[in-house]
Ligand binder design. Structure first.
Ligand code: HEC
Length: 212
């Protein structure tokens, strides 16, 4: 009996060590990644071109945010929350297009839990969402030089309670008719279960260098 126990304990320890060791490289990699923050450094000095790209991105996200919220509130008033889902589905692209026409920048929103499959965050964006999420007081845009264009990101939070009407808990925050409409238009929807003030995603603004 005692031997059997010892044998089991040794086997258990062996398995733990095996898992720990085989994961070692990955753990190191994670640590390295966590040390290199992507969030903007407030001390950082931007050159003229970068400053201009940030200015455009800042204007675009501000106008985009205002336009989307105003349209959303109106759509909910006019045709209820379920109707407003259809509005978002049809008109968000048009709002991005008019921002592009006015500012020459490509605009979108991405998320770690996306509704539209086209809005899935990539590796860099997932990391940014995690970092902004752990620092809800930081709203500064982060900027990346991506060769022929700059990419700027700004955090999106569940800033008003009404966001939960379409991104909260089904049956609690999301009414049945709304949930049915969402499920029909977005069968792979991941954008539910958010709470008021949660990190929701990022504005993404790509500014071509030729526009600067
Ligand atoms: C009337 C329902 C409704 C409300 C209210 C609503 N949304 Fe959405 N949201 C949608 C739909 C529909 C989409 C998918 C749009 C598309 O097809 O690009 C979406 C997409 C998004 C996306 C893009 C990423 C993704 O998941 O595809 C973000 C970010 C987002 N919403 C944030 C918010 C925030 C923040 C609020 C509150 C200010 C809010 N939403 C309120 C319906 C809603």
């Amino acid at each position: 009996m005692k031997n059997a126990f010892l044998w089991l304990a040794t086997l258990g320890l062996g398995i733990v060590l095996f898992i720990a060791c085989s994961d070692h490289g990955k753990v190191d990699q994670d640590t390295v990644d966590k040390d290199t923050e992507l969030l903007p450094d407030i001390e950082k000095k931007y050159n003229e071109e970068e400053t201009e790209a940030l200015k455009i991105a800042s204007d675009v996200t501000l106008v985009g945010q205002q336009t989307l919220t105003a349209n959303l509130v109106k759509a909910i008033e006019d045709s209820g929350t379920a109707g407003a889902v259809v509005f978002c589905n049809i008109h968000v692209g048009g709002i991005y297009d008019s921002l592009k026409a006015n500012y020459g920048a490509t605009v979108s929103r991405v998320s770690h839990k996306n509704r539209n499959p086209a809005n899935a965050a990539n590796e860099r964006e997932l990391k940014l969402i995690e970092e902004y999420g752990s620092k809800p007081e930081v709203f500064a845009l982060s900027l990346f030089d991506d060769g022929d264009h700059y990419t700027a990101y700004k955090p999106i939070h569940m800033s008003i309670l009404a966001c939960t009407k379409c991104h909260g808990e089904p049956g609690v925050d999301i009414e049945e008719a709304t949930f049915i409409t969402i499920s029909m238009l977005y069968p792979d929807d991941k954008a539910i279960g958010f709470k008021y003030k949660d990190m929701r995603g990022l504005w993404k603004v790509e500014v071509p260098k030729t526009a600067l």
